[in-house]
Design a protein around this ligand. Structure first.
Ligand SMILES: NC(=O)c1ccc[n+]([C@@H]2O[C@H](COP(=O)([O-])OP(=O)(O)OC[C@H]3O[C@@H](n4cnc5c(N)ncnc54)[C@H](OP(=O)(O)O)[C@@H]3O)[C@@H](O)[C@H]2O)c1
Length: 247
């Protein structure tokens, strides 16, 4: 059985990735930041269908906690699966705070940087010794790194940085047969940044070739399939999952 770690697996896109990976037979370690109840709900839903999942707390913005998190992962691997390694890491956790460049303050900038770029960098570094050779890293980025939409500059810049980092991960971890890809969702109906208002959703749907915003499962299913052996030769790519957003 492959084992997948998904950060921010308690809600939205991450919850769908966790559910879809479990449905395809993977063991799942999902993390939450503050919403333990939501994480336990996802674990319960996976286990109700015969899967195996555990939830661990992790603030991706606090890299000082990553060694302790790696220890917690090591304990769970042994206790739950009788293994010393896991197979895939999905750096998905994130949040939205959107303001024009003219008004973004340093605390806002630094917070977004810690969660969307520094966090995935050092979390991957901390977990690498526990990842099996032949494993896979998926970094969840955003179509906002390709198209400039109003008010998302720091967020989009760090997602773009994470896409560059993805290529370096693929290059540097290739000797262990670990592949690394970025998945860039377009607008998805989640609670990110307070969720989408009806007017904004209609605007985004109008900018999307398939005529609607995405649902978490549109991304969850794609990531679960990307992790499978069917995609074993896909490496160092940025794959947009957006229904054709602003093309
Ligand atoms: N929704 C979109 O339109 C969209 C588009 C492109 C890219 N994305 C990206 O997709 C990813 C998932 O977003 P989503 O839309 O699913 O958001 P969401 O529904 O708000 O869920 C966010 C998840 O991330 C966790 N999280 C937030 N801050 C965290 C932190 N500091 N440390 C650890 N975990 C943290 C949350 O945990 P708690 O439940 O504990 O709060 C939750 O599990 C993000 O990287 C986002 O940037 C989203």
């Amino acid at each position: 059985m492959s084992i997948v770690i998904i950060t921010g697996g308690s809600r939205g896109i991450g919850a769908s990735i966790a559910t879809e990976c479990a449905r395809r037979g993977s063991g799942v370690i999902l993390t939450y930041n503050s919403n333990q109840r939501a994480a336990e709900t996802v674990v319960g839903a996976i286990e109700a269908k015969g899967g195996k999942a555990v939830a661990l707390q992790l603030d991706v913005g606090d890299s000082a906690t990553f060694p302790a998190f790696a220890d917690a992962v090591r304990q769970q691997l042994t206790a739950t699966w009788g293994r010393e390694t896991f197979d895939a890491l999905v750096n998905n956790a994130g949040y939205g705070r959107f303001n024009p460049i003219a008004t973004v303050n340093e605390a806002e900038f630094d917070g977004l940087f810690r969660v969307h770029l520094k966090g995935p960098f050092f979390l991957t570094q901390a977990l690498l010794p526990l990842m099996a050779n032949g494993g896979h890293i998926v970094n969840v980025t955003s179509a906002t790194s390709r198209v400039a939409t109003a008010g998302v500059a720091p967020y989009a810049a760090f997602k773009g940085g994470l896409e560059v980092l993805t290529r370096y991960m693929a290059k540097e971890f290739g000797d262990r047969r670990i592949r690394a890809n970025a998945v860039a969702p377009g607008p998805i109906r989640t609670e990110l940044g307070g969720g989408l208002s009806a007017d904004f959703e209609a605007l985004l749907a109008g900018e999307t070739a398939l005529g609607r915003v995405g649902e978490p499962d549109d991304v969850g299913r794609m990531v679960a399939s990307l992790l499978s052996d069917d995609n074993r030769w896909v490496n160092a790519q940025i794959i947009e999952v957006s229904g054709g957003y602003i093309i």
